[in-house]
Write a protein of this length. Sequence first.
Length: 204
Amino acid sequence: MQAFTTLRGVAAPLDMVNVDTDMIIPKQFLKTIERTGLGRGLFYELRTDAKGNKKGDFVLDRPAYRAAKILVAGRNFGCGSSREHAPWALLDAGIRCVIASSFADIFFNNCFKNGILPVILPEETVKAMLKDAENGANAVFSVDLAAQTVTRPDGQTVSFDIDPARKQHLLKGLDDIGLTLEKKRSIDDYEKRQRQEQPWLATR
C-alpha cells in the first residue's frame, strides 16, 4: 500500500449527502478482484447517459478537476452496501483524500486499508471548503497527515483528529497484510516452536 504523508492538489466539490457505495461504483463493476481499472466506473451513473456515453458535466470530468486528488463531499459519505471496490475506484481515479463531515463506518475503515485518508471536519467547515473547491484549478489544498492539518487555498489551516494507530499505518503504508508481515519473525518463531513441541499439528 502506498504511504500517505503529505498531499497537495486540486480538490473537487461533490456537494451531495448520503453518497452511497453503489453510486461510487455500481454493481456491474464488482465482478473483478483487481484493484486497477475501476476508475472508469467511478460515479458511472452520474457521469454517463443511458447508452453509456459520458455526459461531460460531472465535476470530475470538467477540465479543472480531471487531475483532482482530493474530494470534498457531503455528510454520510460511503453509506450503503459494504464494497471495498468503492475506495479502490477512488484510488484508481487519483483520489487520495476525501473530506466530509461524516462517513459510513465500513467505507471509512476500508479507506485506511487502501491508502486513502478520510478527513472528518465540522459541517460548517466542510461547507466552506466546498465553496473553496468550486474555484476550479485554483482550489489547491494541502493535507499533512503528520501534522493532522488541511490547508485551504487561502492559507487557512484546519486541524483534524485521527486515530493514532491508523495514522501510523497510513504514514508507513501498512495495510492488514503489511501489519501481519511486521510480525513475521514472531510468527516464524512461534511456528518453529510449535513444530518442536507439537509435531502432530505440523502441516509441513
